[in-house]
Design a protein. Structure first.
Length: 255
């Protein structure tokens, strides 16, 4: 699950989020459109068990899912379960996951999490938020992903895609991931919360991109509060490009 923030290159407009939330009726309509647009929304991470999913999610911080998927087959061929990874040589693990970024920290976390699983849960990933968040390297977002994907729990994880898209759609004005989660879950029935997470992620990857969304292709554009904001920012950028360059001022003559 990618967490890397897109950088704004010179010439790209700075696009603010809407300052107010849309009405509940509009928010529900936006979510209905996303549901219809992404009917088979599911995690892009490849996994075979709650354990392999947990490790993949930890590795996905500041890394693309594609890179994680290219890395984990080698990792799990060498360390197929918590017991094996708990006894791993950190240097060997670092060499395998180096391309995922922050590999030293991630190595410490996945080995320590595996050790905790063996010592406290008989090597089994618990289906309990408190127990999951007690594992090294596991915060609320990672726990939510594991609970929703591996155990079909009604959880909504908030990563950078969800945070950005929820703001652009006017579903929230919260300044923290937990605040965004609290706002969005009020709009989504429990039975669909784990799917809503993926609707927002897929929309963020395909259309509502950072830093500039592709509103011309967006199925929600007609009711999205960000569409006029984006259009105005793009017009401003275009005007700045076509404006004549200011003439250099002549130096003042000595009296």
């Amino acid at each position: 699950m990618q967490q890397r923030r897109a950088t704004r290159t010179p010439g790209q407009p700075r696009i603010p989020f809407p300052k107010r939330k849309v009405t509940r009726a509009v928010a529900l309509r936006e979510l209905d459109i996303l549901k219809a647009t992404y009917p088979r929304a599911e995690t892009a991470l490849e996994y075979e068990s709650p354990f392999t999913l947990l490790i993949a999610v930890i590795l996905s911080a500041q890394c693309t899912d594609a890179r994680v998927n290219a890395t984990t087959p080698h990792l799990f061929a060498r360390y197929p379960d918590a017991a094996a990874l708990a006894q791993a040589d950190p240097t060997e693990v670092e060499a395998i996951i180096k391309s995922c970024g922050f590999f030293r920290m991630k190595t410490r976390n996945i080995i320590a999490a595996s050790q905790a699983l063996v010592e406290q849960h008989d090597g089994v990933v618990p289906a309990d938020r408190e127990a999951l968040e007690a594992l090294p390297g596991v915060g609320r977002k990672t726990a939510s992903v594991v609970l929703s994907v591996a155990f079909a729990a009604p959880e909504l994880a908030v990563d950078t895609h969800v945070f950005r898209v929820a703001h652009r759609l006017g579903l929230t004005t919260a300044t923290t991931p937990r605040g965004v989660e609290d706002d969005v879950v009020k709009l989504v029935p429990q039975t669909e919360r784990r799917h809503a997470h993926h609707w927002l992620i897929l929309h963020g990857r395909a259309i509502c991109k950072a830093p500039v969304p592709q509103c011309g292709r967006c199925p929600v554009a007609a009711i999205c509060p960000s569409e006029p904001i984006v259009a105005r920012a793009l017009r401003t950028r275009a005007a700045a490009r076509t404006a004549p360059a200011a003439k250099p001022r002549k130096p003042a003559r000595d009296a």
